[in-house]
Design a protein around this ligand. Structure first.
Ligand SMILES: [Zn+2]
Ligand SMILES: [Zn+2]
Length: 252
C-alpha cells in the first residue's frame, strides 16, 4: 500500500465514523465507514471497507482496488448479495459468475471497486428467496411464486450504493453494467455515470448452460426441470461468444 492510499484511508477512518446526513433516497439511508482492511483474494489484492447503516443495520462493504478515494470515473460494479450463488455456487442463478467476472476484471485494473450490497434475493431476504425456490420446485412459475410471497417486482434500491460512493468521495464512475436502470438510479442520487463498461463474462461450463438455456428460452433463467427462476441480479449476463441477437435481448 502506498503512503498516499494509506493516508487517505487513515483520514477516512478518522472522519467518517462521525458522519451524519439527511440520508439518500426515499428511505433516507445514511451510511458511515467504520472499518477498513487489506483483502488479498484469488482475484487480486483489494481493500475491504465496511459501512454501518442507520436504517436497517445491514453491513454493506466496498471491495476496492488501488487509489480510489476521491478519484474520478472509477470503474464500479454493483453486486447484490446472493448467499446460495456467491458462496455455495448454486446454479439456480448466475450471481457467482457475475461476481467473479467483476472481481477478475477489476483485479486487473489500476483502480476500481465492487460494492457488495446486502440485498439478498432481490431485497426480500434469504428465507423468502428459499421459499420462492420451494414454490418453484412445487411447480409454480416465477410470477406465481412472486404473488404467493407478496413480492414486489424489483424494488432494489441503489441509494445506499450512491451514498457509499459519496462516503469514498467519489462523484463520477464508469459503471460496469448491462442495465440502464442502474445508471438512471445512480444519476438520480447525484453520481455522474461518465461511461458504461459492458459487463462481459467469459464463457465457462456453468454459464454455458445458462447461455444455452437463455438462447432456447428467450432470456429467462430456466432450471433443469424447465422451470423459470427469479433473476437475482438486475443485470442480465453478457457472456463472451453470445450472438448479436442474444446481446440485444439482454438490453431489453
Ligand atoms: Zn450520510
Ligand atoms: Zn443468486
Amino acid at each position: 500500500m502506498t503512503t498516499t492510499i494509506h493516508n487517505k484511508f487513515d483520514l477516512l477512518l478518522e472522519q467518517d465514523p462521525n458522519h451524519e446526513c439527511e440520508g439518500f433516497g426515499k428511505d433516507k439511508v445514511c451510511v458511515r465507514i467504520v472499518a477498513l482492511a487489506e483483502l488479498p483474494t484469488r482475484f487480486g489484492d483489494f481493500h475491504i471497507i465496511a459501512f454501518e447503516n442507520n436504517r436497517d443495520g445491514k453491513e454493506h462493504v466496498a471491495i476496492t482496488k488501488g487509489d480510489v478515494i476521491g478519484a474520478k470515473d472509477v470503474p464500479v460494479r454493483l453486486h447484490s448479495e446472493c448467499l446460495t450463488g456467491d458462496a455455495i455456487g448454486s446454479l439456480r442463478c448466475d450471481c457467482r459468475d457475475q461476481l467473479e467476472a467483476s472481481l477478475t476484471a477489476i483485479g486487473k485494473m489500476d483502480t476500481g471497486m465492487v460494492l457488495y450490497l446486502r440485498q439478498e434475493g432481490r431485497g426480500i431476504g434469504l428465507i423468502n428467496k428459499i421459499r420462492a425456490y420451494e414454490l418453484q420446485d412445487d411447480g409454480l412459475d416465477t410470477v406465481e411464486a412472486n404473488i404467493a410471497l407478496g413480492f414486489r417486482d424489483d424494488e432494489r434500491d441503489y441509494a445506499v450504493a450512491a451514498h457509499m460512493l459519496k462516503s469514498l468521495k467519489i462523484d463520477s464512475v464508469q459503471l460496469m453494467t448491462n442495465n440502464p436502470k442502474k445508471i438512471n438510479q445512480l444519476t438520480q442520487y447525484g453520481i455522474e455515470v461518465a461511461q458504461r463498461i459492458p459487463h462481459i463474462m467469459d464463457a465457462n461450463e456453468h454459464n454455458k448452460f445458462y447461455l444455452e438455456t437463455k438462447a432456447a428460452k428467450s432470456g429467462h433463467m430456466i432450471d433443469f426441470r424447465g422451470k423459470q427462476h427469479l433473476p437475482e441480479q438486475s443485470d442480465r449476463p453478457y457472456i463472451k461468444g453470445m450472438t448479436e441477437e442474444q446481446a440485444i435481448a439482454i438490453q431489453e
